[in-house]
Design a protein around this ligand. Structure first.
Ligand SMILES: Cc1ncc(COP(=O)(O)O)c(C=O)c1O
Length: 376
């Protein structure tokens, strides 16, 4: 193992042994076929990285590389495309020429990737988009949203405030809020977004089988903002009636660890967020829709610093994987959990040994969030 130095600060870490036996209902199966029929669809690659496996002291490490997904540099379009498809099916009057009456304006708040995905789908499907962007999102990420012909409103406050602005704007006629976080009374559309992420997990199953990993992974690490992606991952791995369940590890920025804090308290709470290069994870409140799944099915939570995530992004770049700060957070978090002071206890909590198979979700490429290069 490369890094056994004592860490200067105690690791923000929480383990929850009961999660492995928690079970929930599966996601609908038709989502995969929907994505497969979209122009330009192909499964993103699952790269095996033996050098990282050696560093982490496990058998095999795979990285799910979402740096190119349906023409965009992050996984988010999986959720936006399925949710918008479901919404438009309920609004047949919106089909046709974009200037004709009846067209919808799709509204979303975003730390970058979700808003770009909504704007992209709106453009492809002949609808309008209005995207609310909080402070701290890189200007090039904002420009990429505008380049999808969306109206962009920059909000001076944090992500939660951008969500409030977007929700208010969606009171107007012919608008629909396409938000990737849910709360009481607003659950159907974020639920479809979560369903959309199931395609990523289904691809991993097939790709691991092709790598002769028949019984599935032992650990899956997920980057967490509001926890909708983690909800999809929990749903995937905790809805199997039998068989071995992997440990599921959430990774958040130390400055925005709302899920870690909520799990520690046993109830969803908001935290005050600061600045982080992991812009897509800079969320202060867990999705209310995701919370029962996060509380029930996550085995462990860890938080990492920007420096950790940038180091991990550099390491992945050296191995040929384009990974932005949010994507590389999973390598940083897994490294923090499996190495360094106290590692034996954490490895035991995750049920890992030298033969274990680890999957890291790298959810964005460097193009999605140019902070990483800007920091150098
Ligand atoms: C690249 C990237 N990874 C992970 C996430 C986290 O997803 P969630 O907010 O569903 O937890 C986001 C959210 O925007 C993201 O943009």
């Amino acid at each position: 193992m490369s890094d056994n130095r004592p860490s200067p600060h105690p690791l923000p870490w929480l383990a929850r042994p009961a999660a492995r036996t928690w079970r929930c209902a599966p996601a609908p199966t038709e989502v995969r076929a929907f994505h497969a029929a979209l122009p330009g669809y192909s499964p993103t690659r699952l790269a095996e990285l033996p050098a990282i496996a050696a560093e982490l002291g496990v058998g095999r490490v795979f990285v799910k590389d979402e740096s190119r997904r349906l023409g965009l540099p992050a996984f988010k379009v999986l959720g936006a495309s399925w949710a918008i498809h479901r919404v438009l099916a309920e609004h047949p009057e919106s089909a046709g020429d974009v200037e004709a009456p009846g067209h919808l304006t799709l509204i979303a708040a975003t730390d970058g990737n979700h808003g770009r995905a909504v704007a992209h789908m709106a453009r492809l499907l002949g609808q309008h988009a209005h995207i609310f962007v909080p402070r701290g999102v890189h200007p090039r990420a904002v420009a990429a949203i505008a380049a999808e012909q969306a109206k962009v409103t920059e909000v001076a406050g944090p992500y939660d405030e951008a969500v409030r602005h977007a929700t208010e704007a969606a009171d107007a006629p012919h608008t629909v809020l396409i938000q990737d976080t849910g709360w009481p009374g607003y659950e159907r559309i974020p639920g479809w977004i979560v369903e959309g992420y199931a395609t990523l997990c289904a691809e991993i199953d097939e790709q691991l089988a092709a790598h002769a990993v028949i019984s599935g992974p032992d650990l899956v690490a997920v980057p967490v903002g509001v926890g909708s992606l983690a909800q999809a991952v929990v749903t995937h791995y905790r809805s199997r009636p039998s068989g071995r369940a992997p440990a599921l590890l959430s990774v958040e920025p130390a400055n925005a660890a709302c899920v870690l804090r909520s799990l520690a308290l046993g109830e969803p709470v908001s935290v005050t967020t600061g600045h982080t290069l992991m812009a897509g994870l800079n969320c202060g409140t867990p999705s209310g829709l995701a919370w029962p799944h996060l509380h029930g099915g996550l085995d462990a939570a860890v938080a990492v610093t920007d420096a950790d995530s940038i180091r991990a992004a550099d390491r992945l770049a050296g191995l040929g994987v384009s990974s932005g700060p949010c994507g590389a957070a999973t390598l940083a978090g897994t490294r923090a959990a499996l190495t360094g002071t106290g590692r034996e206890e954490r490895r035991t909590a995750l049920g890992l040994d030298a033969n274990s198979v680890v999957v890291l979700l790298s959810t964005e490429g460097t193009d999605a969030n140019p902070h990483a290069t800007a920091a150098h």
